[in-house]
Design a protein around this ligand. Structure first.
Ligand code: GLP
Length: 241
């Protein structure tokens, strides 16, 4: 596990964007695992700028997002489909047919999870998986006690995750209780993992991930077992190390 502690938030974003650009430069047909969440917003904005400046092309890149809410249609404004289109896909040259997210409103979500896992394998596996971290140590939507060998499946969201994500839903909407998420095992199978965490609120989860025991209580701690995992932090997120 390589841990990069950056001076400030802007430097952490710049460093992470640089690592992704380098990966795609080395491997133009990269298969990127992508993450959502507030942490990723400035990162995707920076990648869009680098694309507009001719520093990177995603024309031959394939992407698979980590997760999607169950029961939410792709067109719903709070879906991860909408998020990705809005903040990244519509600003870069990645072909729509090369972008993949689980279909949260599939009539058979269990079958959809299995189909998604098979689609990742059929694409040759993930060359780089980008990750954020939840305040409870989740990666994707692998909440605490998720099996470290798990594959794409349905997970029940914890109350704290639902509370954290409530802001993205309307005042009259109930935030989803379930998600389809890549498993910890799916994530660990990526050839490289790159986790970005910024801000004081993530410090405790970051310390558990890096310095705690490898345990399903903190699913992100499984990254200690990965041979090519890079963690990019700003000073605040590294505060409990
Ligand atoms: C969400 C996502 C994760 C994300 C995490 C942190 O629920 N499923 O992929 O990394 O929680 O989100 P944020 O960056 O908004 O703190």
């Amino acid at each position: 596990m390589k841990v990069l502690i950056c001076q400030n938030h802007a430097a952490a974003i710049e460093r992470t964007a640089g690592l992704i650009v380098d990966h795609v430069a080395r491997r133009p047909d990269a298969v990127l695992g992508l993450a959502t969440g507030g942490t990723m917003l400035p990162l995707y904005e920076r990648l869009a700028t680098l694309y507009s400046e001719g520093e990177v092309s995603f024309a031959n890149v394939t992407s698979f997002n980590l997760d999607e809410y169950v029961g939410i249609a792709p067109a719903h404004p709070a879906s991860y489909h909408s998020y990705m289109k809005e903040v990244l896909f519509s600003h870069v040259d990645i072909g729509e047919s090369r972008t993949h997210l689980p279909l949260g409103n599939s009539p058979d979500v269990q079958a959809e999870a299995e189909r998604y896992e098979a689609a990742i394998a059929a694409a040759g596996g993930l060359s780089l998986q980008l990750l954020g971290i939840g305040q409870n140590g989740h990666i994707g939507f692998n909440e605490p006690t998720s099996s470290l060998g798990s594959r794409t499946r349905i997970k029940t969201l914890t109350e704290s995750t639902r509370t954290a994500n409530r802001q993205y839903f309307g005042p009259d909407e109930t935030p989803p209780a379930y998600a389809i998420t890549m498993g910890v095992g799916t994530i660990l199978a990526a050839r490289e993992c790159l986790l970005l965490a910024t801000g004081r609120a993530k410090a405790q989860a970051v310390a558990a991930m890096i310095e705690g025991p490898v345990s399903a209580v903190c699913p992100a701690s499984a990254l200690q077992l990965h041979p090519h995992a890079t963690i990019v932090l700003d000073r605040e997120a590294s505060g409990d190390l």
